[in-house]
Design a binder for this molecule. Structure first.
Ligand code: DGJ
Length: 729
């Protein structure tokens, strides 16, 4: 059993294959945090904590004679609020008498087989793993609020999940103002924070900074997990590298407004509070009602590579639910950068024919296929094919595309509406707009109020009708603006603070219904590129369009940053045209292919304008990707260059699960005159096996891992190289 309770000491111990997590119910009933890290032979870590009078940190009333005992300095599993812990709190609420205090003490706990579910929200599920659940109930008997803390222990995968359920156990309404998913204390040690910030076309840029005293806040209030701050953060020892050192990864499985607060306090203790962003959040909790927070995925490891591998494995196996989760992803061509809105049947058929000729498997018809969609001013909401552009209708086009041996996929942006649409004219109150206020516009569109049941049904019915009527095997689900003027015309004024979260509950239910009704359809998430690249979306869409920036050199950093938390199979990545449409850069086709192969591979350019030589090279790329895909998606991925080297080169490596094969890739981003050759040490090979290196020489795995490999000098514009490393004996 991976969860143990030791009654004598009040210890609750969670253990995975190589980590342990400890908490302690103390004599006062407070649930203290004791340890999270490498698995230990020794169980009780309470010896670590010495208490003394900290000055200006008060004491609970029943401990008033013990100035050493203060919530303000105690490591806790979930905090109280308003009663003397002045650090960032996990929860805040107001009661009907106006009081804004609660002090939670242990009530009971349960240990269960299997993994708990998170009602209404995506969650990490049990995929034939050894999983146990711990539920600890805390209660404040004055405010009558109960907090149930859930812990899922994935033994083999070295992952712990957490969520909290907040219950109104009284007879009066309570208003929740903050409801975090978890509090994780790191009472000792110095930490660097690695976070993933960015902007549209430059998502998930890694930044590593030492924590300073105060509160670091990473958040999105944009109604989407956002291009700006991904809901994933790593804390690591300042000495931690890819290969060694203590590190913790924390990922919120949520696509809406999120907040991570990391406080380095007056006593040099670190506290992380992660969950829904409390800004503009307010949830009415009637008697007996409960609120369920999104789930957090936690892991700790020795080195950043091991940490990434744990997140990759759990997301690939226990987060993604689609039947595509472990299977081949069709090599696709998307027409967006080939035609933009200026599409018609003739152009699409010509593009599809070229794509079929080089071995592409799926044609994706992007934005612009529906009525009045000549630009981004009109049409969203009315999902009726444009018969001027497509005179034979969508079915006529699909028949032609299928006739070439290609599957067909369609772009939709179902959560949006243009003012210039029949839908908006019929239902202006379905759009999110604040009363008596002109709304913020973005890309000339408004967001449909998905917190409304009628809007939910409309979208479900519209998408179901498309998927039933046409032979569609793939959907690209886009989302091209943030939420502003958040207001539901169907909700009472006191409940307006619930709208954004209700929007996401409805979106997840919609995705759940559609993916169950159409299990053979591959959904690819998208939000102006990677603006909703999160574990919540990955439950339903096994891959997400990583960025609207298709420049291979920009993509190196975007994909590198994404790889810390998310598996390679989830990263939608395409070869696009030169000069690149976002940056104007000229990058060789070979390099564009090398970079796009670090993902779910495809093309997005006008093939009809390319030479036969270029098409031949693409044909070879597709053949190669299909052959290597099982290793790229199922194998282990290693970052061989660090953030420091990225101004010169990026190098990375895939190793097949049975260690019989590896692919080493390098792209030189800035060839330097007279520079030392690029030298890397390979990872993850069988040390005793002999490998052929690109058919050029044979070498022991141990030699490649300890002696390494020296690349030949690569010059010119963004040169790249892929090396096949194949076990020969
Ligand atoms: C944003 C997406 O990220 C693009 O790939 C494309 O689908 C456009 N939207 C279409 O409007």
């Amino acid at each position: 059993m991976s969860i143990r309770y030791q009654e004598k000491t009040g210890q609750l111990i969670l253990e995975t294959a190589s980590t342990s997590y400890q908490m302690n119910i103390d004599g006062m009933g407070y649930l203290k945090h004791q340890y999270y890290g490498k698995k230990l032979g020794q169980n009780d870590m309470s010896y670590l904590f010495r208490t003394y009078d900290h000055g200006f940190s008060g004491n609970p009333y029943d401990m008033r004679n013990n100035r050493d005992y203060s919530l303000d300095s105690m490591a806790q599993e979930y905090t109280s609020f308003g009663v003397g812990d002045f650090r960032v709190n996990s929860i805040a609420a107001s009661c009907s008498n106006g009081s804004r205090c609660a002090e939670f003490r242990y009530e009971t706990h349960e240990i269960l087989d299997g993994k708990y579910a998170v009602p209404g929200l995506p969650y990490v599920y049990d995929d034939n793993d050894t999983v146990h659940t711990l539920i600890v109930s805390l209660i404040d008997t004055v405010a009558n609020i109960r907090v149930k803390l859930y812990y899922g222990v994935f033994e083999e995968k070295d992952v712990i999940t957490r969520t909290a359920e907040i219950i109104n156990a009284g007879s009066e309404t309570v208003w929740l103002r903050k409801a975090s998913s978890m509090c994780l204390e790191l009472p000792f040690g110095k930490w660097d924070m690695i976070h993933f910030h960015g902007r549209h076309c430059m998502e998930r840029q890694p930044e590593r900074v030492p924590l300073f005293h105060g509160v670091h806040t990473l958040m999105s209030g944009r109604g989407m997990s956002s291009h700006q701050h991904n809901p994933f953060v790593i804390l690591c020892d300042p000495e931690t590298t890819e290969a060694h050192g203590s590190c913790y990864g924390m990922m919120l499985m949520y696509s809406g407004n999120h907040k991570t607060e990391i406080e380095l306090d007056q006593f040099d203790s670190t506290r992380v509070v992660m969950g829904i962003n409390d800004d503009r959040f307010r949830w009415e909790l009637g008697p007996g009602m409960s609120f369920q927070t999104p789930e957090v995925i936690l892991s700790t490891a020795n080195g950043l590579t091991e940490l990434s591998h744990r997140f990759h494995r759990i997301i690939r196996h226990n987060v993604v639910r689609s039947e595509y989760k472990l299977s081949h992803r069709p090599v696709l061509i998307n027409n967006w950068e080939a035609t933009y809105f200026d599409l018609n049947e003739e152009k699409i058929v010509a593009l599809a024919q070229k794509a079929a000729d080089i071995g592409v498997e799926l044609f994706v018809l992007d934005d612009g296929w529906f009525k009045n969609r000549t630009d981004d001013n009109a049409g969203l909401g009315d999902w009726i094919p444009d018969t001027e552009k497509l005179p034979n209708g969508l079915d006529g086009l699909i028949a032609k595309i299928n006739g070439m041996g290609l599957k067909f996929g369609l772009w939709v942006e179902p959560e949006m509406v243009n003012e210039d649409s029949d839908l908006y004219r019929a239902h202006p109150d379905w759009a999110m707009t604040a009363p008596n206020r002109a709304p913020m516009m973005a890309r000339n569109q408004l967001v449909l109020d998905l917190s409304r049941e009628d809007v939910h049904e409309y979208i479900f019915n519209t998408l179901s009708a498309l998927l039933t009527k046409y032979n569609i095997t793939y959907i690209k689900w886009d989302f091209n603006r943030p939420l502003a003027d958040v207001y539901s015309h169907a909700a009472r004024p006191p409940r307006q603070g619930e709208v954004t979260h209700r929007y996401y509950l409805s979106l997840y239910r919609l995705y759940d219904r559609l993916t169950k009704a159409f299990p053979h359809v591959l959904f690819e998430g998208c939000a102006g590129g990677g603006g909703r690249f999160d574990a919540g979306m990955l439950q339903y869409s096994p891959q997400i369009w990583c960025s609207d920036n298709t420049d291979a050199i920009s993509r190196l950093t975007i994909q590198y940053g994404t790889s810390f938390g998310y598996p390679i199979s989830t990263i939608g990545s395409h070869v696009s045209a030169i000069p690149n449409h976002q940056t104007g850069r000229l990058t060789p086709l070979n390099t564009r292919g090398t970079v796009a192969m670090m993902g779910a591979f495809g093309y997005e350019l006008d093939l009809t304008k390319l030479s036969d030589e270029e098409l031949d090279e693409m044909r070879a790329q597709i053949k190669r990707f299909k052959e290597l895909e099982p290793m790229i998606h199922d194998g282990l991925y290693y970052r061989l260059s660090s953030m420091k080297e990225s101004g010169y080169y990026f190098a990375w490596q895939f190793v097949s699960p049975d260690l019989s094969r590896s692919l080493l890739s390098i792209v030189v981003t800035n060839p330097l005159a007279n520079a030392a050759p690029v030298h890397v040490t390979l990872k993850g090979l069988d040390p005793d096996a002999v490998y052929s290196v690109n058919g050029e020489f044979e070498c022991l795995g141990a030699a490649l891992m300890h002696g390494g490999y020296t690349f030949p000098r690569l010059t010119g514009d963004y040169p790249s190289m892929q090396l096949d490393i194949v076990k020969v004996k």
